[in-house]
Design a protein around this ligand. Sequence first.
Ligand code: NAD
Length: 413
Amino acid sequence: MHATEATDIYFEHAADRLELPAWMRKLLKTPKREVTVQVVCEMDDGRVETFLGFRVQHDNARGPMKGGLRYHPDVDLDEVRSLASLMTWKTAVVDIPYGGAKGGIGVDPRKLSRKELERLTRGFVDEIHDMIGPDTDIPAPDMGTTCDVMAWIRNQWEKYHGFNPAVITGKPVEEYGAKGREEATGRGVGILAIKFLKRLGIKPEACRTAIQGFGNVGSHAAKYLHEAAFPIVAISDMSGCYYKPQGLNVPEMLRHALQNQGSLAGYRDAELLPADQLLSLDVDLLIPAALGGVITKDNVSSIKAKTIIEGANGPVFPEADALLAERGVTVLPDILANSGGVTVSYFEWVQNRQHYSWSLDRVRQELDRTLSEAFENVWQEAQRHRVSLRTAAFMIAISRVKRATELAGITGR
Ligand code: NAD
C-alpha cells in the first residue's frame, strides 16, 4: 500500500462520519502544489552527483504551511505527499495556526561528509527558496535532518530574501532556535502517554513498554517515560533490538548512543534480538518511533501490546488498524501523538517574530497545555461519536480545515 493511500483511507473514515460532500473531500485531499527538483551536488572527491528533492504544499486554509524535511533513501513524491497531508491534520488537531507541507531529498545522509551534506542542503534551497518563507511555508527537521541542516537552510534562504529566522524552525538554540524544540516530539509522546494510559486505567509502573527507534523521537520519549517510572523493557534501532524484561537502564543507553554517533550498536547490558522482533514482544505499550508502514496486515497478528502510541508518522497501515481495533487494541494516532514537535516549532516561530526568547520552563508549560487540551478534545470526540481516537482526531482536524476553507469564501453546494 502506498503511504498516500493509507492517509486517504483514514481521511475518508472521518469524512464519512462528518457527511462531507464529495467536492469538499476532493478539495481537502488534493495538495495545492507539488514540486520535484534536481539537486546537483559536487562530492568531496570531485564527482558530481544528482539527487531528487521534493516539497509538497498540501493546504494553507488555516495559515502558512508547515512541515519537516526528511533525508532518507526511500523519500519519494508519494511519501512526501502523504506526510504533507498528515501535517495539515496535525496542525489542525492541536489547533496551531498553520496548514501542512512536507519535503525531503532521496539520499542517505550517513553516506555524505558534513561538507557534502551542507552543499546538498544549500543546493536544495537554491531550487525551492521562492516556495518557502515565514508567511508561506516553514520547514523543520524530520528523519535524517538536524538543527545544523536547519541553520544552513536559513543562511542560504537569507542570501536571497534577507534576515528572517522565522523561515525555518528547529534551528540551533544559539541561532534563534527554541529551547526545548529538540526534545519536544519525544516529550510530547511521553506527556500524551501518561494522559492516555490514565484514561485506560493503566498505571505507569505496570506498563511494560517497547520503543522502536532511538533517534530524536524515540530517545526523548524513552527518557521522559523512564523518568515517569514506566519500565522500558525493549528499545530498537537499526543495529538491533535491546531487550531486558526487568527494565532497561535508559540513562546509560542515552550516554552510549551519545558517544556512538547516535547508535546503540555495542550496548551490552541487554539481550540483543533482531530489530524487527521488538514489534511482537509481550508488552503493554508499543511505541513505533522510527519508520512508517511497520505494522501491516502481514505482521499484525504477532502484535501482543494492548496499546500503541504512534511516535512515527504512519507506522500502522489501515488494514492492520482495523484488525487491531477488532482485537480491542487502542491506538493513539500519529497526528496527535507526535504533534509535540510542530507545537514547539510554532513556539519558535512566534519567538522569532517577537524577537523574544522564552525560558525552557515556559516552552514546556505551553507544550503541556496545548497537548493536554488536544488530547481531551480527541478523547471526548471519540466517546461522543463512538469512534476510534484516530477517526476522532481526523474529524476534529477536518472540521477545522473545512471551516477555514468556507470562511475563505469556498462554500459550494
Ligand atoms: P531519527 O532519524 O532521529 O531516528 C530514527 C531512528 O529509527 C534511529 O534510531 C534509527 O536507527 C531507527 N531505525 C531506522 N530503521 C529502523 C528499523 N528498521 N528498526 C528499528 N529502528 C530503526 O528520526 P526521528 O526524527 O526520531 O523520526 C522518527 C519518526 O518520527 C519519523 O517517522 C518522523 O517522521 C516522525 N516524527 C519526527 C518528528 C521530529 O521532530 N523529529 C516530529 C514528528 C514526527
